[in-house]
Design a protein around this ligand. Structure first.
Ligand SMILES: Cc1ncc(COP(=O)(O)O)c(C=O)c1O
Length: 374
């Protein structure tokens, strides 16, 4: 049996006819740029997230960059970013001219450690924003983050690029969606995401009309009319063909997420090796398991064993951002953010796409158990 880390083909097979029809319609109408499907998908995605507005952009990195620019974050400013995330969270900050400041994460969840934030804000008034990432689709401690941000008057932009449909229970006791709590929420539709396009795509969600208007200008050449350009903008629009595909998949998203949660239950029942542990899940979060992570000590050995048995596994992420060569200029060194460093050494992602079969999960779990029995 061969199991890939991600298998996009199975999902495509289920929706093939509908997708082909939708793409053919866009081609027939030649509505390639900001066509009707983009407008409709923005409305549908905003409704799904429970926000007033959504703006389709070309990828998740642009969603972050344009959000920060719309909040007037730029040269001379700093932005707090968790050290344990995909690099785009921090490079988006750099694109605005601002500097990322890396914050360590919680050992249990891998999310930004909210308890560390105040110390940074107290001593540095140039910090303008916080960028919590709902890593692997598990919600960050948003109430705490928003409270501290409010106290110091800094903006919160949610990196929800891995959290399409993640639920968060706020202190008022209501369940809300990831991406609906910050000034903006930023989503990626990279193909392997829980809601994945057939290419690149992204979205900004917001309840703030002013930000909505500004980000719409920023993504489309700064124009309010065809050749009237109010500000210096970019060409960062969501492609109509991608929006057409995403509209079809959005209808299935809750089912896809539920399947991923069920996979995790099956994995946990079947993995018996005491050497394997898991990330924790706070009671305020219903995660969507963009990745299913196990924490292990002999990771290289296990990966080799899985690979020999044709099981795909991945590492998200092997190097924390403060130790990435791209950020050498910031002067961090090993030991500065120990929890992020430790997680980077121990995490392993197992296959967890919605169409994964029970027998495949049992096969993978059996292989893990056998490896540790030796
Ligand atoms: C946490 C996080 N932030 C940002 C991004 C960037 O999204 P994109 O690849 O669509 O630019 C990703 C996507 O991989 C991500 O996982």
């Amino acid at each position: 049996m061969k199991v890939d880390l991600v298998n996009l083909k199975r999902q495509h097979e289920e929706i093939k006819t509908e997708v082909e029809k939708a793409i053919a319609k866009v081609i027939e109408n030649t509505s390639f740029i900001l066509g009707e499907d983009v407008t409709l998908f923005e409305k549908e995605f905003a409704a799904y997230c429970g926000t007033k507005y959504a703006i389709g952009v070309d990828n998740g990195t642009s969603a972050l960059e344009l959000s920060l620019l719309a909040l007037n974050v730029g040269r001379g400013d700093k932005v707090l970013v968790p050290a344990f995330t995909f690099i785009a969270t921090a490079t988006a900050v750099c694109y605005t001219g601002a500097t990322p400041v890396f914050v360590d994460v919680e050992e249990g969840t891998g999310n930004i450690n909210a308890g560390l934030i105040e110390a940074y804000l107290k001593k540095d008034k140039t910090i303008k924003a916080i960028l919590p990432v709902h890593i692997y689709g598990n919600a960050s401690n948003m109430d705490e983050i928003l409270k501290i941000a409010g106290k110091y008057n800094v903006k919160v932009v949610e990196d929800a690029c891995q959290a399409h449909g993640t639920l968060y229970k706020n202190t008022a006791g209501s369940w809300v969606k990831a991406g609906s709590m910050g000034e903006t929420g930023c989503f990626s539709f990279y193909p392997a995401k829980n809601l994945g396009a057939y290419g690149d795509g992204g979205m900004v969600t917001t309840n703030n009309e002013e930000l909505y208007k500004k980000i719409r200008l920023l993504r489309d050449c700064g124009r309010s009319e065809k050749y009237l350009h109010n500000i210096i903008g970019f060409t960062k629009r969501l492609d109509t063909i991608q929006a057409a595909v995403l509209r079809i998949k959005l209808k299935q998203l809750d089912k896809y997420n539920e399947n991923r949660r069920n996979n995790v239950k099956m994995y946990k029942d079947a993995i018996k090796a005491p050497e394997v542990s898991y990330l924790s899940n706070e009671s305020y979060s219903v995660p969507i398991y963009h990745q299913f992570i196990i924490k292990v000590s002999n990771r290289d050995g296990l990966m080799q064993h899985l690979s020999k048995n044709e099981i795909g596994a991945g590492i998200h992420y092997p190097i924390p951002l403060h130790l990435q060569p791209a950020f050498n200029f910031l002067g961090y060194k090993k030991g500065d953010l120990p929890v992020s460093e430790k997680l980077a050494e121990n995490v392993l992602s197992l296959p967890n796409f919605p169409e994964l079969k029970k027998e495949e999960i049992l096969f993978i779990a059996e292989n893990i158990n056998t490896f540790y029995k030796k």
